[in-house]
Design a protein around this ligand. Structure first.
Ligand code: SR1
Ligand code: MG
Length: 421
């Protein structure tokens, strides 16, 4: 079927014919449709009852091309199916952190989901300096539950292999392979450099051997280590939150990949927000340090919370099964020692992926608003240089950094360093 972007009246008529959606809209057929998507890939609409706007849903339509670029970058329609499946899977594991899907129609490239009425995109909230008291607890729960239950640590070998097969996401993985792991490290046509970013910093990405080897290692891991169903794009624009609730949205990049890809993505985006903070607070005449401390605290709490919950789920599962992943009884010293090795590797992967994710947001085509909105080119370049410096250290020293506290101390040390922009 040909892709057709809906007109407002066409979409309203289509939705009115779907009982599960009509129910969400209070049975009303007089509907207001507003296009709100500003993302790179999709069209997003809020559809609400005119009589009672509290009855409202989100419609997401995925055109068979990359919205950011246009028809010159085709994408398959199955990407919507990947996203729906991931939302349902993650929703079953973490209903409190994933919006409900009311309807999906791959023929029309669309899905209808729960409208999060009182939540905002986390990236915007962080740029405004909002403190989210439950954020680290919620995100670490989401990460632990989704990553653990998709893996061989929980599923039977046959279930896991079937899940790998069912979640192949070739085209969207290709976007990540190119934009995160390849283009930033070469003179790619799609790279975009901010005007005052020194040529030496760009050159370093193309020539500094330890950094390039580390990034290549992460690319290999991304392409080959089918460890669990990852969200695949867990940046702060893929989270909606308020004081008491946190929802993870947009898993269209979901596929079987390394655990650390999701943990690394989230940590990377907190660190980008950390370095951008100076500008946003000073603009408002505020001291940035308090919020920066909070952001680094979130980095530590997300990782520590995740590691504890993930290991806890694993231990509990082995006890219930009466058998450890390594064979033999649960709760042996060897089983616990293996768990420690495993978590150490997952931590190093988290840092390596975080480094790549930070670099791509500085030199790649898809950037982050907290940095692009810095109006002074020299200040922006300084923020970008700090991000690049930390990212390089995370990549190159990922096996040597022994704790998340060592990472947050390093991030603070980079902020305190004199860097010439
Ligand atoms: C060209 S698509 C750019 C980026 O947007 C998504 O959020 C992913 O991060 C992707 O890499
Ligand atoms: Mg997205």
């Amino acid at each position: 079927m040909q892709f057709e972007a809906f007109s407002a009246s066409g979409l309203a008529a289509y939705l009115s014919g779907i009982p599960a959606v009509r129910e969400q809209l209070g049975g009303d057929t007089d509907l207001q449709v507003v296009e709100v998507g500003d993302g790179n890939l999709n069209y997003v609409y809020f559809v609400s009852s005119v009589r009672d706007p509290r009855h409202s849903v989100v419609v997401k339509q995925a055109p068979p091309f990359l919205r950011l670029v246009g028809e010159g970058w085709p994408l398959p329609r199955e990407r919507m199916e990947r996203e729906v499946e991931a939302l349902r899977r993650f929703g079953a594991l973490c209903p409190q952190h994933v919006p409900s899907v009311f309807h999906a129609d791959s023929g029309k490239y669309l899905m209808v989901m729960q409208r999060l009425m009182s939540h905002r995109v986390l990236r915007q909230g962080l740029t405004e300096g909002i403190v989210y008291p439950r954020l680290a607890d919620h995100i670490s729960t989401f990460l632990a539950r989704t990553l653990f239950h998709g893996s061989d640590l929980y599923l039977s070998a046959a279930e896991k292999k079937e899940a790998v097969r069912a979640n192949i996401n070739t085209e969207l993985c290709r976007i990540t392979e190119d934009l995160v792991f390849t283009f930033p490290f070469e003179d790619a046509a799609s790279n975009v450099y901010s005007p005052a970013l020194p040529a030496g910093a760009i050159d370093r990405l193309r020539t500094h051997e330890p950094l390039r080897r580390a990034a290549a290692d992460m690319k290999w891991a991304f392409m080959n280590r089918a460890e669990t169903l990852v969200h695949g794009d867990l940046h702060t624009g893929s989270v909606m939150a308020n004081e008491s609730e946190t929802y993870v949205i947009d898993p269209e990049f979901a596929f079987y990949g390394p655990f650390g890809f999701d943990t690394g993505a989230f940590v990377a985006n907190l660190l980008l927000a950390y370095y951008a903070r100076d500008w946003h607070d000073r603009l408002k005449g505020r001291d940035p340090r308090e919020y920066q401390r909070w952001l680094l605290g979130q980095v530590a709490q997300v990782w520590n919370g995740f590691a504890e919950k993930f290991a806890g789920l694993w231990r509990m599962h082995e006890r219930k099964a009466g058998r450890a992943f390594i064979g033999g009884p649960a709760d042996t010293r060897a089983a616990e020692a293996y768990r420690e090795d495993f978590m150490r590797q997952l931590f190093a992967d988290t840092l390596g992926f975080a480094g790549c994710k930070m670099i791509r947001r500085i030199v790649g085509m898809a950037k982050v608003a907290e940095i692009t909105s810095i109006a002074d080119p020299a200040v922006r370049a300084l923020v970008e240089l700090r991000c690049l410096r930390l990212a390089e250290a995370l990549l190159v020293r990922r096996h040597e950094l022994a704790s998340i506290e060592a990472v947050t101390a390093l991030a603070a040390a980079v902020l305190a360093q004199d860097i010439e922009a």
